[in-house]
Each structure stands twice: as structure tokens, then as C-alpha cells.
Design a protein around this ligand. Structure first.
Ligand code: FEO
Ligand code: CA
Ligand code: CA
Ligand code: CA
Length: 548
């Protein structure tokens, strides 16, 4: 049992181990060193790499990657707007064994869901940042976001992963298509939505559908459209403006195409980062969710009905249409019900009905005094002990430049309950070797894989200089190296590695390389040429890493 694990058990009153006086590393280090010396435990799988500023995707020795699909690649299918191509800024990935609906675990052929988060106008539409945006430019941007279903296969001879162009499974979802029905209380006000956008991270349900999370939906109508974070001014053409209430939801998509896509309003409306599920002892389905913005909240949804393993998929998905949405109060260790029938403070704060609560979820959480957090990004459930790990990426408004990973334990191990405790599992910074944790993934042994999102503007500058480009890290959660970060990969210039997802046999790790060269100011001054090199523009791409 590691020291940190023992400390958590003691803190929780679950162990007999007495808390040790723990001399700080600073006091032990002589002469003074900065950053503090990093722990030197052994990574279980590889020799860690050093931070890098190279315009390459670097991996630890013994691993290699195949590029599965790159922005702009033809998919071999036709949509309403002509031949379909792979979208921009790939983020969340979820692999579905091709035989998943028959209970299979095929790890050499499957469907890969890919989120496409946001466009970079410089590359996607050629918008110059000066004039009014044209309809053609807006349509190009709308077609670049949403999601893709790729049929992927590992060839038997070389073991190379490729996608299968023109497969009957291949499909694009965009901001233009298809129309999606809204479920839950808010459907009374917003019955349906045109397509999906701002698809950041997500989750995979136990019935083999995707939960795709609409994050920064407020960026699209407004802004000057010059670069990310400043808006895409789709409202320059009034017919192309989006109705913002149609976005900011969790979208459920069936990659196998049997079930229509749905937006589930019972899970709230905010800058949805991801969705991680667990079953409560009662049999109810619990979905944990982060809202990635400064001083926003951590949420969970508890279904009204119980999960029935033998029910048809169309029945199982109804679990996401009714239940209780909660926001976390970390001070009291309470889950606060965002339920107008249970929390009188909501009516007192002016909420008219539950639809209103769901449409303005952030305001409702604030009215109940939920705890503002440092940008809650991904959360994942530990496969061995059921605790929830939450990446708080940073909050520069409060001097938290490096972020942390919080570990949350539900009282009585009941994910459906209303009280919890927490600890800090890992603090970002030079002492741990990583900064700004974002997506998380567990392998079956309970190793936590962490990708980082230092913003493109900040990489290699100031407080972020020690970290080089954004990378991927393995952090054991048990054993002698528990809590230590070992660098596994380093991304190209100004990229962020996103969407780590293992096949069922854990022999392949799918990974997205998002926004390489995103700080390029013009096509004549590109900051990255990844992946094709030469003078090519930088291109987001999805890779398959093997060697495990
Ligand atoms: Fe799209 Fe919160 O990252
Ligand atoms: Ca993210
Ligand atoms: Ca994740
Ligand atoms: Ca992020």
C-alpha cells in the first residue's frame, strides 16, 4: 500500500494506519533545487521520455503509431452537402468492437467515434479575420464540427490500423445535420436541435452508444472569428445564426446507426466536458460530468429507473431521460439536487419550472451555492475501487496555473447517494512534471493516463516553460509509484493530445492530436507542419498507438 493511499484511508477513517508526520520534500532537499526533485520510481510499462518542443508526435521507446484519419481525408460517403470528409479538431474518441452488440470484444476491427470540437477559420474556411463572414465560409465551418463514425480495422499482415472508406457504418454528424430530438423536461421549450457542435469529450454507455458533450457552444454566433476562443461570428449571416438553446447538451449517438441521436436535457445544459458512468448499488445509472469553465461546477445525474441488463438498447437509453441532476458542494461534501421540487432556493431565485433549471443549469447551481471549481474537465471512474478522478485543469483567475486531479469517494461507496469526501490525488506543477490535466483514461490495472492542455498561447512560456509541448502521462494509482507522473508521449507544436481510448484487449491506444500549429497567424507563417511536414498546413489527426 502506498503512502498516499494509506493517508487517504486514514483520512477517511477506513484504515488503522496512523498518519505519519511527512517532512516536506523541500526540507529534505539540500542544496535547494527548483523544480523540486521528481520522484524516481519505475514506470510500469516504459522508460519515460523527456519534455520536448519538437514538431513531432514522440512516444516512449517500443511504441509506434499509425495515422488512422486526418482532417480533410475523404470518407468515401456522400452527405447532404456532397462528399463527406473527416472533420477538424478531433477530440474525444470511443472505440466500439465491431461485434459489440453481440457481446463481442473484437480489438482488431471496430467503429471509432470521433468528436470534432471547433474550427480554426484560417484553415477550415480561409476566413481572413477582417471582413464579414460569408455564407460559404460559415457552412464550411459548420461541416467541420460535430462527429465522425469511422470503421477501423487492423490489417492482419503488418498490424497497421486504417479506416475503411465508404463503409456502410461511416457517417458524419455536423452542425447542419441531422436534426436531433431533445428528451427530458427542457424538451417543452426546446423540442429539437439542428445538428451538434462544440463536441469536446464524452463517454461510452453500457449499451454501446456515445455520449458526446457540447462544450463551448457560446463561441459560435459571436466574436471576431480570428482565432479560437474569440468566436466564429456565424450570426454575420442571420440565416446561419444558431439558436444557442439547442446546444450545450449531451448528445447520445448510436455508432451502429440503429437508434436516432438524442439530446438529453435531464443531464443539464452547460459547457459539457465529458460523461463517465457507474451503476449505484440500487441499480440506478449515475453519470458524472464536468463543466469546463473557470468557477463552474461538478455534476452528477442519477437515473430515476434502474438499469436492466437484458432490456433492449432503446429501453436502456430511456434511463437518460429522467432522474435527478446534482451539483457538488465540496465544503459540505454534499450533492445538491437541481430539482425544483426538492430545492426551494431554486424557486426563490426565480426559476419557473424544471425546464428553466435545466436550461440555466449554471445559474441553478450558483443559487444552491455549489462549489466553484478550477475548470472541471474530464472525470473517470477508477475500474478497481470505483472512486471518481476529476481533472481540474487550471484557473488562472485565482493563481492556479497548473491544475490538479481530485479523487472523490462516495459515502458508503454509493454513487447514487448524496454525500462524498475527496482528496487531491495529484497537484500539477514542476514538482510532478505535468501541468493542466485534461482528459483522463484508466487501463484495467488502474493506471491513470493523463493528457494535458496547456493553452497554445502559453506553451513553453513563463510558468509553463518546464513542460515543453503538451504531453501524455501515465500515473499509477497503486504500487510504489502511485501518484507519480511518467511522460509517455509529447505532441507536435501547439497541439493538445486528446481522447485517449484503449481497445478492449488494451493492445491499442487511440489518441487524437488536436490543433497543431493553432497559433499560426497566416498560411505564410505556419508554426507547425504536422503530420505531413514540408510546407503543408498543420492537420488534426487520429492515431493508433501499438506496442503495449
Ligand atoms: Fe474542450 Fe474542456 O476541453
Ligand atoms: Ca478537454
Ligand atoms: Ca476520458
Ligand atoms: Ca481543455
Amino acid at each position: 500500500m502506498s503512502h498516499s493511499r494509506r493517508r487517504f484511508l486514514t483520512y477517511l477513517g477506513m484504515g488503522t494506519y496512523a498518519a505519519l508526520a511527512c517532512p516536506s520534500r523541500a526540507a529534505a532537499a539540500a542544496p535547494a533545487a527548483f523544480p523540486l526533485p521528481r520522484p524516481r520510481g519505475a514506470a510500469p510499462l516504459f522508460r519515460p521520455i523527456a519534455p520536448s518542443t519538437e514538431d513531432k508526435l514522440l512516444l516512449a521507446d517500443g511504441f509506434r503509431y499509425d495515422t488512422v484519419c486526418t482532417w480533410g481525408d475523404p470518407l468515401g460517403t456522400r452527405g447532404l452537402h456532397g462528399p463527406e470528409t473527416f472533420g477538424f479538431n478531433n477530440d474525444f474518441l470511443a472505440y466500439f468492437p465491431i461485434d459489440a452488440l453481440q457481446g463481442g470484444k473484437n480489438s482488431n476491427e471496430g467503429l471509432l467515434w470521433v468528436n470534432h470540437e471547433y474550427p480554426n477559420p484560417l484553415f477550415v474556411s480561409g476566413y481572413d479575420g477582417m471582413s464579414t463572414k460569408t455564407e460559404a465560409q460559415i457552412v464550411a465551418e459548420k461541416l467541420s464540427v460535430g462527429g465522425s463514425v469511422l470503421h477501423v480495422r487492423r490489417d492482419a499482415s503488418g498490424g497497421v490500423w486504417r479506416h475503411v472508406p465508404g463503409s456502410k457504418h461511416t457517417r458524419r454528424f455536423t452542425a447542419l445535420y441531422p436534426t436531433m430530438e431533445v428528451t427530458g423536461a427542457a424538451s417543452a421549450r426546446v423540442p429539437r436541435a439542428t445538428g451538434t457542435l462544440a463536441n469536446c469529450s464524452g463517454g461510452r454507455t453500457p449499451w454501446s452508444t456515445v455520449l458526446s458533450c457540447e462544450e463551448n457552444f457560446h463561441d459560435y454566433n459571436r466574436g471576431n472569428g480570428v482565432s479560437t476562443g474569440t468566436g466564429y461570428r456565424w450570426s454575420d449571416v442571420p440565416d446561419q445564426a444558431i439558436q444557442e438553446r439547442e446546444y450545450g447538451w449531451i448528445v447520445e449517438v448510436d455508432p451502429f446507426g440503429d437508434l436516432p441521436p438524442l439530446k438529453h436535457s435531464a443531464l443539464g445544459r452547460f459547457a459539457h466536458e465529458n460523461a463517465a458512468w457507474r451503476l449505484a448499488p440500487s441499480g440506478k445509472l449515475v453519470v458524472y460530468m464536468g463543466d469546463d469553465a473557470q468557477d463552474q461546477f461538478l455534476y452528477k445525474f442519477v437515473s430515476a429507473e434502474k438499469y436492466k441488463a437484458d432490456a433492449p438498447r432503446a429501453e436502456k437509453r430511456k434511463l437518460l431521460t429522467a432522474g435527478t441532476l446534482y451539483a457538488a458542494d465540496f465544503g459540505a461534501g454534499r450533492w445538491l439536487p437541481l430539482d425544483i421540487a426538492r430545492s426551494p432556493a431554486l424557486r426563490a431565485a426565480g426559476f419557473a419550472d424544471q425546464a428553466d433549471v435545466l436550461l440555466r443549469t449554471r445559474d441553478a447551481s450558483r443559487a444552491l451555492k455549489a462549489t466553484p471549481l478550477d475548470r472541471p474537465e474530464d472525470c473517470e471512474v477508477h475500474p478497481l475501487d470505483g472512486t471518481l478522478y476529476v481533472a481540474l485543469t487550471n484557473n488562472t483567475a485565482h493563481g492556479n496555473y497548473y491544475g490538479q486531479i481530485v479523487r472523490l469517494l462516495e459515502d458508503k461507496d454509493d454513487a447514487g447517494g448524496e454525500s462524498f469526501r475527496f482528496e487531491i490525488f495529484l497537484a500539477g506543477g514542476p514538482q510532478s512534471g505535468l501541468a493542466c490535466p485534461d482528459n483522463l483514461a484508466f487501463d484495467r490495472k488502474g493506471n491513470l493516463w493523463v493528457v494535458c492542455d496547456i493553452s497554445g498561447k502559453s506553451i513553453n512560456k513563463g510558468a509553463y516553460r518546464p513542460f515543453g509541448n503538451n504531453g501524455m502521462f501515465l500515473v499509477p494509482t497503486n504500487g510504489p509509484s502511485a501518484g507519480e507522473a511518467f511522460q509517455f508521449a509529447s505532441g507536435p507544436v501547439q497541439s493538445e493530445l486528446t481522447g485517449p481510448w484503449f481497445t478492449e484487449d488494451e493492445k491499442t491506444l487511440f489518441l487524437a492530436v488536436q490543433h497543431p500549429g493553432e497559433e499560426s497567424k497566416s498560411r505564410a507563417a505556419l508554426t507547425s507542419h504536422w503530420p505531413r511536414g514540408g510546407e503543408d498546413v498543420p492537420r488534426p489527426a487520429v492515431v493508433a498507438i501499438t506496442g503495449f
